[in-house]
Ligand binder design. Sequence first.
Ligand code: BGC
Length: 417
Amino acid sequence: MRGYIGKHTALVGALLATTSMASAEDVEVLHWWTSGGEAAALNVLKEDLQTQDIGWQDMPVAGGGGTEAMTVLRARVTSGNPPTAVQMLGFDILDWAEQDALANLNDVAAEEGWDAVVPDALKAFSMHDGNWIAAPVNVHSTNWVWANKSILDDLGIAQPTTWDEFVAALEAVKASGKTALAHGGQAWQDATILDGVILSTGGVDFYKKALIDLDAEALGSDTMKEAFDRMAVLRSYVDDNFSGRDWNLASAMVINDEAAFQIMGDWAKGEFLNAGKVPGEDFLCFRVPGSEDAVSFNSDQFAMFGVSGDEAVQAQNAMAAAIMSPEFQSAFNVVKGSVPARTDVPNDDFDDCGKKGMAELSAANDAGTLVGSMAHGHANRAAVKNAIYDVVTAHFNGEYDSETAVQELVTAVEINK
Ligand code: BGC
């Protein structure tokens, strides 16, 4: 906008400057949406803001789960130059709120009636001390499996409904010479698998005790050992080159008929859709077998960092209002693979996986089986999350057997909680 003004006469420039003062400013947005599907969803946001004359400065930091983005954010804040709007997850939002770094969004929240439409599970992270501090753009969940339909059909494999059936299906694919489980060996991806495996192994109450309450007995239990044993079983079905692979490249293996399954949050669906694949025809989406009654969720929210100047604040508020509009929530989440963060958005435009996701989120919310994802910062603070990541990854890579992993887990959580 400012560069554009510079190319015009002083008079026009002055007029535009006046207009821009009233309504327009740039927002600098720090995010980790860098895969093909994520970029497609990000475009929906960029274009929406463009129509409202809000300029966009892109600050992408690659790395699923946002660990790298959060490191960059810390450096920017420390050097006194925070970005205006930041994609953030769960407890990270609360951490910054406690440091008084976030803008107060109460006015826009009141004007737009957020209180009535944002579910409590999300408000727990969008609000702090009774103030709105972030605008939730979506709800993702992690306990999903994405499957290549033609591989399953060719091998006569039905969609697995129990853990044992799932393992039998993995075994049949492996025997056929294809990769059974597409996975990327990165700590956050290993942890993402663990969310679903713990739900499937121990159920929702066990998940809550172990990962949310950090109960030492649950963390050190035989059930936790069994969960690690299941992780070791999954490890035996990934290909030799899994180490360090990005999650979207693992999704591409399923998309391109190289692998049968991926356990990943529903951002994976964004990759399938971006590749022109159709749910039910080309790919299947189902919960990690044994975890069907539960939803481990994470919500991407945009937190606004303290900026000076009315225009900048106006742009932040305009962005927050835009993100929360029901039309935007539908358009964005249809592409992203997630579901809306407001309860009043119709499911008409969503595909079958999206409709399933919306219905299951609402059912889990009613039944008390909606739990924050450990892997994506909705179960505990970053220190605990990172401590769990370390143990899970060491075990996945064969450094610890399951017994040792359980002991290490208890100790690591105790030290970091
Ligand atoms: C975010 C998603 C993102 C995924 C992979 C998750 O933590 O919530 O929006 O697509 O990481 O980058």
